[in-house]
Design a protein around this ligand. Structure first.
Ligand code: GRG
Length: 278
């Protein structure tokens, strides 16, 4: 089943309520589903039936969506637009948006734990997922990001923020894919690839943020409004683009060097990410 249909199915199991509506609103607002697609492409490359990834791909998208809902709140980035639509707290209200994020985060782990795969592998996947999303991963990155507002940070500090805030949740599907495919020995390689991909993706986000209008990009340019350093403001637009392309190349090269992994679909998918305009 497609990721959209799977997410619909999981949400339909919840009791009817405003928080369910808000979770559904944000989950179905037109996200690119990058994290689920990365997981499926890793499984495909290892020649594994991609349905083994279903509960984990849904959990990833739920956690990603929770992070966006909370990031948009007035206490954080205070954004009105996300994916070209009203942010969750604008469409509903702040209390509902906080609960929708809480609901998506907790439900994600219930969904992941419902996997019928080998119990040890499920436990390892949940450990990766929680580690990457939590206070040593994405939440830590968000904290660093908030502290960096109105500060003169250097490139090293910005990289640290990006790697946690964005890189961790892009690395998780790669590592979970290797675990589900029973290729634990490849985990360090996927971790390296994930962080390079995360950094490239975030630099691209910064470049698109200045090159496109909010309408074209589908979200507000809140980094400028919130006086945040970005790869473009620190490196300049051309150097940022050069670094992004170098990182994407490195990712493609590293993918080709994983023994027994057929990288075509993942390389093709990452190339689509590389040329994205939203
Ligand atoms: C609130 C704990 C907490 C964390 C928030 C992800 C995040 C951390 C903040 C979002 C800020 C941001 C714009 C980061 C840039 C990279 C990024 C994650 C972009 C959005 O991801 P996409 O492009 O989104 O995959 P879609 O809308 O396609 O799902």
């Amino acid at each position: 089943m497609q990721i959209d249909a799977l997410l619909e199915e999981y949400i339909s199991k919840l009791p009817d309520s405003t928080v369910k509506e808000a979770m559904h609103y944000s989950l179905s607002a037109g996200g690119k589903r990058i994290r689920p697609n990365l997981l499926y492409a890793v499984l495909k490359g290892y020649g594994v039936d991609t349905t083994v990834g279903d509960p984990f791909s849904c959990a990833l998208e739920m956690i990603h969506t929770y992070s966006l809902i909370h990031d948009d709140l007035p206490a954080m980035d205070n954004d009105n637009l996300r994916r070209g639509k009203l942010t969750c707290h604008k469409q509903f209200d702040e209390a509902t948006a906080i609960l929708a994020g809480d609901g998506l985060l907790t439900y994600a782990f219930q969904v992941a734990a419902s996997s019928q795969q080998d119990a040890v592998i499920v436990q390892e996947c949940i450990s990766i997922l929680s580690g990457m999303a939590g206070p040593a991963g994405m939440v830590y990155g968000q904290q660093l990001d908030i502290e960096a507002e109105n500060q003169n940070i250097d490139w090293k500090q910005l990289q640290q923020i990006h790697q946690h805030k964005t890189g961790c949740l892009l690395t998780a599907p790669l590592m979970m894919g290797a675990l589900l495919a029973k290729h634990q020995e490849d985990l360090p390689k996927w971790e390296k690839i994930g962080y390079a991909l995360g950094l490239a993706f975030q630099i691209q986000d910064d470049v698109l943020d200045v090159e496109l209008t909010a309408k074209e990009f589908g979200k507000s340019n809140s980094d400028i409004k919130n006086h945040k350093g970005t790869s473009v403001s620190l490196l300049g637009i051309q150097a940022a683009k050069d670094m992004m392309n170098k990182l994407y190349h490195q990712v493609m090269d590293d993918l080709g060097a994983i023994d027994g992994f057929l990288s075509e679909s993942l390389v093709e998918y990452i190339h689509r990410i590389q040329i994205r305009r939203k």
